[in-house]
Design a protein around this ligand. Structure first.
Ligand code: THU
Length: 137
């Protein structure tokens, strides 16, 4: 996928971060997913005063996409403007993304300094993904 398309997805992730509810961490994260039909679905992190109930931006976006009937995700972007350096998806989100994205799915992630954005694949972020095809037997 062209870099410009991934950067447009990163813009959508940055916009989504502005809706973040993150008063405890002050770490607003936005995620954007490009679905197979070309639509872009976004999500943001939603924290809770019972901290463990927090949902990350990426998982929030996945739930929205699947709820709309979009189960094929073609690209992922993650943005957090609270820090300069790139913010990659956490381990739990990597696992959840693998349910709907093949290992070759491009992932772009960045912090405030977009020049340092990283482009990789979900397979690079979660190698040796166990039971990848389990739900598709
Ligand atoms: N967070 C995400 O939304 N995505 C990640 O991949 C990393 C962490 C959120 C969870 C929490 O609200 C805040 O960032 C600090 O961990």
């Amino acid at each position: 996928m062209e870099r410009s398309r991934l950067e447009a997805l990163l813009d959508a992730a940055a916009a989504a971060a502005s809706a973040s509810w993150s008063p405890y961490s002050r770490f607003p994260v936005g995620a954007a997913l490009e679905c197979a039909d070309g639509t872009v679905v976004t999500g943001t992190n939603v924290e809770n005063r019972s901290y463990g109930l927090t949902i990350c931006a990426e998982r929030s976006a996945v739930c929205t996409a699947v709820g709309r009937g979009s189960r094929d995700i073609r690209a992922v972007a993650v943005f957090c403007g609270a820090v300069d350096g790139p913010v990659p998806p956490c381990g739990a989100c990597r696992q959840v993304l693998t349910e709907f994205c093949p290992p070759a799915t491009p992932v772009i992630y960045a912090g405030r300094d977009r020049a340092r954005a990283v482009v990789t694949t979900l397979g690079e972020l979660l190698p040796s993904d166990s039971l990848h095809d389990f739900g598709r037997r």
